[in-house]
Write a protein that binds this ligand. Structure first.
Ligand code: 13P
Length: 247
């Protein structure tokens, strides 16, 4: 049985003092031991988020990291820094990183390897544009992204990866994929993992849906066979996140 995982992606929102207030508000709402709950917060909020959640069921994640250990990379955050700060998860290859910061499938793959080297669990994002969906290439596109992201990993590492399927047209738009659309792609991702890493990895890997998830849409999405939770943007900054976790 795969343990469900619901992660909030705060994106570039909340100062440290605002983060402390929000975390205090959310702690009692997301207290559910059947679900892994992760808050992926801006780097500057990590110390206070780790401190405030230390006796709770909440784990802290980062929204990005660099693929080198240390050195002359002004402005970047190293995997060892995240690890030392108490971070457990790291989002890699979010579509906003790809769109605005020139992230590619190849750099995502380098980062995934680095994350495992430091004992961080990667949440690898994939997803198609509206144009790609209309062209009928969604499955091929997403499977290509996942194949490149997972290149060179062992089946055990792949089993411990989290994949977030986030159709770009559903991110921040209020348009949610239907449960059938989301299930179709998440099931194709699992089949792709099966073909490269075998049954054990495919049955263990957790696949999230992301894109305008709310407390209203979460129950039917999370009831689908291959959807093991969600990666939540806007609604992770509100009490609604509690409803999503408990869905
Ligand atoms: P929204 O939930 O705001 O659509 O964002 C989704 C997302 O990008 C999560 O990573």
């Amino acid at each position: 049985m795969r343990k469900r995982i619901v992660a909030g992606n705060w994106k570039m929102n909340k100062t440290p003092s605002e983060a402390a207030l929000l975390i205090g508000e959310l702690i009692p709402l997301v207290n559910n031991d059947n679900v892994e709950v992760v808050f992926c917060v801006p780097a500057i909020d990590i110390p206070c988020a780790v401190e405030l959640t230390k006796d709770t069921n909440i784990k802290i994640g980062a929204e990005n990291m660099y693929f080198e250990d240390k050195g002359a990379f002004t402005g970047e955050i190293a995997p060892g820094m995240l690890k030392d700060a108490g971070v457990k998860y790291v989002i890699l290859g979010h579509s906003e990183r790809r769109q605005y910061f020139a992230e590619t499938d190849e750099t995502v793959n380098l980062k995934v390897h680095k994350a495992f080297e430091y004992g961080l669990t990667p949440i690898i994002c994939c997803g198609e544009t509206l144009k790609q969906r209309e062209q009928g290439i969604t499955i091929e596109w997403v499977c290509m992204q996942i194949k490149i992201a997972l290149l060179g990993l062992t089946p055990e590492q792949i089993a411990n990866t989290v994949i977030a399927y986030e159709p770009i047209w559903a991110i921040g738009t209020g348009v949610v994929a239907t449960k059938e659309q989301a299930q179709e792609v998440c099931s194709a991702i699992r089949a792709c993992v099966r073909s490269i890493a075998g049954d054990e990895a495919a049955d263990a890997i957790r696949i999230q849906y992301g894109g305008s998830v709310t407390g209203d849409s979460a129950p039917e999405l999370f009831a689908m066979e291959d959807i093991d939770g969600g990666l939540v943007g806007g609604a992770s900054l509100k009490p609604d996140f509690g409803r999503i976790v408990n869905a």
